[in-house]
Write a protein that binds this ligand. Structure first.
Ligand SMILES: Nc1nc2c(ncn2[C@@H]2O[C@H](COP(=O)(O)OP(=O)(O)O)[C@@H](O)[C@H]2O)c(=O)[nH]1
Ligand SMILES: [Mg+2]
Length: 380
């Protein structure tokens, strides 16, 4: 039996004016200037698929126009299979670095027995019983930017396997950092589990007493403490995304802070994360205007999103601003989401950037579509 001939239907013409502006792929646009910068990913061989997914998005959303190199770091040698899977994901230069053993092992002043007991006692806490997670957090806190593969670079952008980059970036965040003298940039801010850092603030206060000259004059103490420094409110920048000036971290003040923490042993006797460590350091050692929030970088690391709600940014994204952890207190109907929005708000307050009106309000879908209509009219 013959198949019925296909009907020659003409596709309905799109009415350009009444259509939501369609997201176009980034046009090829060779940059005229580049920073001395690289992406860095600490990754296991077994996470090659998650790494491919992240790189693919970084390329599509940004790097295919810029060709910033990638540095991959691992505590065991990368397999040929890993490299073969990663290589086709970008034309940019790629370096595979092995973490030196002394950066991923116990320093001599740490009692491995006491560390083991601490791990075994940490029940019901995320990664509380994991030894490798502790080495990872210490490495990310104090060493990755010192790896020989990282030393040629001034700026790094930390990426992880299995994250999502959901917005086109038609600017260069590295150059933004360089041109505006920013040293540390984030996309999300959260509270930390206090069980993982019971003594971190005391050790930090001790550092502040010993090295007052390292504290920046116009610092962001108020971001991390609600009582002028007596206690830590656990606010931190989520360091799985980070763009930072590695020279700042290689410098004396940061190095002294890390070494002070390392001597105290909390990476092993507790479970100090690199996120609170980097954040406290940024808040105390940098003037506040050197810390930057990249609101236009749509980003997802399970289970949280940063997703810009402004219509002019939203059209470049595929994320749902209704799920934006930073901005929408009512987005998730739970206390944690509200706390996180408050923390982010705090960041705006301390750097004296007026919080935009739309964020003063509870998220409202109807209002969002009014804003989109407004944008459509302007863009028509
Ligand atoms: N090579 C290596 N990378 C690790 C290890 N543990 C964690 N990582 C990397 O360290 C980063 C943070 O780890 P992740 O499991 O995502 O921790 P989470 O984001 O806190 O849940 C990611 O880039 C991981 O790929 C490890 O044992 N070896
Ligand atoms: Mg992660």
């Amino acid at each position: 039996m013959n198949a019925a001939p296909l009907k020659n239907e003409t596709a309905p013409k799109r009415d350009r004016k009444s259509t939501f502006p369609i997201q176009k792929p980034l046009p090829p646009k060779p940059p005229t200037r580049r920073a001395n910068a690289a992406f860095v990913m600490l990754v296991r061989n077994s996470d090659s698929q998650g790494a491919r997914s992240t790189i693919r998005q970084i390329e599509d959303r940004f790097n295919r126009n810029f060709q910033y190199p990638y540095v991959f770091l691992n505590d065991v040698p990368f397999t040929e299979e890993f490299k073969e899977l990663i290589r086709p994901m970008s034309k940019a230069n790629m370096t595979y670095g092995l973490v030196p053993t002394e950066h991923w092992s116990y320093p001599k002043w740490i009692s491995t027995t006491k560390a083991k007991e601490a791990r075994e006692a940490m029940v019901g806490v995320a990664y509380g019983r994991s030894e490798s997670y502790r080495h990872m957090c210490r490495y990310q806190s104090g060493f990755f930017f010192q790896h020989e593969a990282m030393l040629p670079f001034d700026y790094y952008w930390r990426i992880e396997p299995d994250v999502e980059y959901s917005c086109d970036l038609d600017f260069d965040p590295f150059l933004y950092m360089q041109d505006n003298n920013k040293k540390y940039a984030f996309t999300m801010s959260l509270p930390e589990y206090m069980e993982t850092i019971p003594s971190l603030w005391n050790v930090t206060r001790n550092f502040m007493d010993m090295y007052p000259h390292f504290l920046a004059k116009n610092n962001a103490l108020d971001f991390i403490s609600d009582d002028g420094g007596k206690s830590y409110n656990t606010c931190h920048f989520w360091s799985n995304f980070e763009i930072a000036d590695a020279r700042w971290m290689r410098d004396e003040a940061y190095q002294q802070y890390f070494s002070h923490l390392d001597q105290a042993g909390g990476f092993f006797y507790e479970r100090w994360g690199d996120a609170p460590v980097h954040s406290i350091a940024a808040a105390l050692l940098l003037p506040i205007d050197q810390i930057h929030f990249f609101k236009e970088i749509g980003y997802f690391h399970a289970p949280f999103h940063n997703c810009p709600a402004e219509p002019e940014l939203q059209v470049k994204c595929h994320c749902d601003p209704n799920r934006n952890i930073n901005m929408s207190p009512s987005a998730e109907d739970n206390q944690q989401a509200r706390d996180q929005a408050v923390i982010h708000r705090l960041y705006y307050d301390i750097i004296h950037i007026p919080f935009q009106d739309k964020y003063e309000e509870t998220w409202d879908e109807a209002l969002f579509w009014v804003a989109i209509d407004d944008f459509k009219t302007k863009a028509a």
